[in-house]
Design a protein around this ligand. Structure first.
Ligand code: RB5
Length: 152
């Protein structure tokens, strides 16, 4: 099924952005580029926030966030309530985070993974459904973590 993606990076994730956009389009999905428009230094939280808000505003859409390691940009995106940004490293983690976490943003590090792994991660992330059931109860508890209510 056709999916809508929003993509954003920092300067350390910028180099692969054009390639990834082309790849996502070749799979028959839509992709919207939220910047940046050059490789000039930028702060990853600004782009994490932009992408997180776009995904929340467009039900059923997914995000792709890239920085050098994928760590900073995923940490920032996960501060936005309703966002489950998964830092993935391979086909397995990208698949499981859809099945078990209902992740809505795929994050990875441009300095960490190569094009082949990135293609596999995007394809499986787009095509894997959330399993629901016991996983839905756990996912529902995630929002409660922000207030400490489920941590005692
Ligand atoms: C930028 O140098 C780098 O710190 C950033 O892209 C990211 O890896 C942070 O987590």
């Amino acid at each position: 099924m056709m999916k809508k993606f929003y993509i954003a990076t920092d300067h350390a994730g910028y180099a692969l952005k054009a390639y990834i956009k082309e790849y996502v389009t070749s799979l028959g999905h839509d992709i919207v580029d939220l910047g940046p428009d050059s490789a000039d230094r930028v702060d990853y939280p600004d782009y994490a926030k932009k992408c997180a808000h776009a995904v929340l505003a467009d039900k059923g859409s997914f995000g792709i966030l890239i920085c050098g390691t994928g760590i900073g940009i995923s940490i920032a995106a996960n501060k936005v309530a309703g966002i489950r940004a998964a830092l993935c490293h391979d086909h397995y983690t990208a698949k499981l985070t859809r099945q078990h976490n209902d992740a809505n943003i795929l994050c990875f590090g441009e300095r960490v993974v190569g094009k082949g792994v990135i293609e596999e991660m995007i394809e499986v992330f787009a095509n894997t459904e959330f399993e629901g059931g016991r996983h839905a109860e756990r996912v529902a508890k995630i929002e409660g973590c922000a207030f400490g209510s489920e941590l005692e």
